[in-house]
Design a binder for this molecule. Structure first.
Ligand code: GLC
Length: 642
């Protein structure tokens, strides 16, 4: 395929009114990224007779989006190519919230910028805000129009305005792009339901149960409770439609290049509104293959790589964040491996770290965590984990049989223990959570609950057990210390910084009541937040503790996401250890996961290269080792040799 011919068409077409310098920039980018565009795109559609037509269609589509890119974003693009690690620096901290629950609507977010800046936030993820379907919409993940904002929150102009204001305040905007499925109310689905064959080819549709039954043999059920099965029958067209999630969410069919083109166009449109990070939802499910679980297929990765390469031409500063909550071995490829290293998404959720933090707290042991995290291979140098403790979703116990067996646990029994522990059934548990999506076929049980409630704050407060409250605060700060130091972009989940508890008010809303994930999606409690500077209040202790970690982190450049992360054995089963190492420095992070004082022997510290005089960044004090190193209950340390 002749790239110069395609370029000529773009220059004479969408780019013809642009300055010569802008045209040259487009040319350079296309030429630079051409090989990265061709490889995945050929892998996906190279077998088709109309392959070249699609390729030229996409180059024109990209040129059109390039011509429309606002100037402040062009400036950001250039600035970010000069500083490609901007999101990997130790000063980067994320915050995620629902626009309405945080600030009423998009315009309200402007007023909350000082609050975000006080925390040191550099990246704000506003949960799904595009036009969802009416009624039940899976928290906005059933999108009716990708080109309109949910009218309850504002309009597209408000979004673009907010993005620009955030940008001026040094905060990058992240929004969701639900690319695996649309709402059945989306125009494409509606056309398909009206019988339009071209639009029926946007989805996976079957005339009878033959294929669905075959697929069902190997695919998972994501919502076995309220949306069992993966296919739904629609009498108006007498077809079975692939619906991995809820009945009203239709999986898109990416074997059709028209779907790829639509989604790329949407992506560039949203990037041009000022989103600098796009959270790509449910990417693991984007390609189906009979006889497999239809997750993490090689083509799903090719789609992401092609998205990345095409989008680089228009918006080189745009980051793609993969939402793939999958088991450890399947996770790393979302950040690009092998020939795709540095050529896929730049950010992915570290759900293994998240799960292990909870697992270790329940067990008061870090053996499984240390082993499982040691198995995770290195990631691309220009990519970063997103480290988190809680998000809007449930916690699913992504623990493999192999990892469990390697440390003498039975995977099934351990996952059951964790579900019992966090749903509050286990004797003496500190947690108050609830079971989500019990699947009697697999006995899988996921967990809902807010960070504070799962960490023991709810139980402690309600029973006026102040020792219990103390431990809960310790757990909350320990987990934050680890997501801040493990390596990656740490993201705070709204309300966790002030210890918001479970919120049962969702039960009163018929559109939410059947989905208990709303238990941990409360309204921001601004009244409570007023006490955040009061050191004597529980809120203040949590808030000040997290703020302190965030401030220290900014100055510890060795925590840059490019520094290698090595989980190490501390020879104390209750103390997690991880070494962060690069030319920027060498740190030993320690965390005590029990409510008892613990020690790491001086000999072990020396063997890890941390003998002699140490500094703890968290206290700012030197640590002199006369004997073993002691850690208070739930204490963490960020140690460096003095
Ligand atoms: C993602 C979202 C989740 C949603 C699902 C389907 O996993 O995080 O909330 O239910 O995708 O869109």
């Amino acid at each position: 395929m002749d790239v110069n011919g395609l370029l000529q068409t773009a220059l004479e077409g969408p780019l013809r009114h642009m300055e010569p310098l802008e045209q040259d920039l487009f040319k350079i980018r296309i030429q630079q990224h051409w090989a990265d565009i061709l490889r995945p795109f050929q892998g996906l559609y190279g077998h088709r007779d109309d392959f070249e037509d699609w390729l030229s269609h996409l180059v024109i589509l990209v040129a059109k989006a390039y011509a429309k890119r606002p100037s402040y974003l062009r400036f950001h693009d250039i600035a970010s190519t000069e500083k490609p690690d901007w999101f990997q620096q130790s000063s980067m901290l994320g915050y995620v919230c629902y626009t309405d629950r945080f600030a009423g609507n998009l315009n309200g977010v402007h007023d909350k910028i000082p609050y975000l800046k006080e925390l040191g936030v550099g990246y704000l993820h506003l949960m799904p805000l595009l036009q969802p379907r009416e009624g039940q919409n899976d928290g906005g993940y059933a999108v009716k129009s990708y080109r309109e904002v949910n009218p309850k929150l504002g309009n597209m102009e408000d979004l673009a305005d907010l993005a620009e204001t955030l940008h001026q305040n040094g905060i990058h905007l992240c929004i969701d792009l639900v690319c695996n499925h649309t709402a059945k109310d989306h125009e494409w689905a509606q056309n398909a339901l009206a019988g339009d064959k071209a639009y029926q080819a946007y989805f996976h549709m079957f005339p009878d149960r033959t294929m669905p039954d075959q697929y069902e043999e190997t695919v998972r059920e994501i919502f076995p409770d309220f949306a069992p099965g993966n296919f739904t029958h629609y009498p108006e067209i007498d077809k079975w439609v692939w619906t991995t999630f809820n009945e009203f969410q239709w999986d898109l069919n990416y074997t059709n290049p028209a779907v790829f083109a639509e989604m790329l166009d949407t992506m560039l449109f949203l990037a041009n509104q000022g989103a600098t990070i796009l959270r790509l939802d449910a990417v693991a499910f984007m390609w189906k293959r009979l006889g497999t679980n239809c997750e993490n297929q090689p083509e799903a990765h090719l789609i992401l790589q092609a998205f990345r390469a095409f989008s680089k031409v228009v918006a080189p500063g745009l980051l793609l964040k993969a939402e793939a909550i999958v088991s450890p071995p399947d996770l790393v490829p979302y950040l690009g491996v092998g020939e795709a290293a540095n050529k896929s998404c730049q950010i992915a959720y570290h759900n293994v770290l998240m799960v292990m933090l909870w697992s270790s707290l329940a067990e008061r042991k870090v053996v499984l965590m240390t082993h499982a995290l040691q198995q995770i291979p290195d990631i691309s140098s220009n990519a970063s984990w997103l480290t988190y403790i809680r998000c809007h979703d449930d916690i699913g116990w992504a623990i493999t049989e192999e990892d469990a067996a390697a440390v003498g646990l039975n995977g099934f029994a351990h996952r059951s223990f964790l579900s019992d522990f966090y749903s509050g059934r286990f004797p003496d548990t500190f947690a108050r959570g609830s079971t989500f999506q019990f699947n009697p076929k697999t006995n899988d049980r996921r967990i809902n609950g807010s960070l504070a409630s799962l960490a023991g704050l709810e139980k402690g407060m309600l029973s006026e057990d102040w020792g219990g409250v103390e431990f809960a605060i310790g757990r909350i700060l320990l987990m934050h210390s680890l997501i801040f130091s493990f390596g990656g972009v740490p993201v705070l989940y709204m309300g966790d910084e002030i210890g918001l508890l479970n919120d049962e008010s969702y039960l009163d809303d018929p559109d939410l009541a059947n989905d208990s994930r709303w238990l941990h999606r409360p309204e921001m409690d601004w009244k409570l937040a007023e006490s955040r500077h009061d050191w004597k209040s529980v809120t203040g202790r949590i808030y000040q503790g997290i703020s302190h970690l965030a401030k220290i982190r900014q100055s510890v450049t060795a925590l840059h996401a490019q520094s290698a992360t090595y989980p190490v054995w501390t020879h104390n089963d209750a103390v997690f250890g991880v070494i962060r190492q690069s030319a920027r420095g060498r740190l030993l992070i320690l965390g005590n996961f029990s409510e008892h004082p613990q020690f790491v022997s001086r000999g072990r510290l020396e063997a890890l290269g941390f003998g002699g005089l140490l500094n703890d960044h968290l206290t700012g004090e030197p640590v002199e080792l006369f004997g073993d190193l002691g850690l208070r209950p739930y204490q963490s340390m960020w140690l460096e040799r003095a």
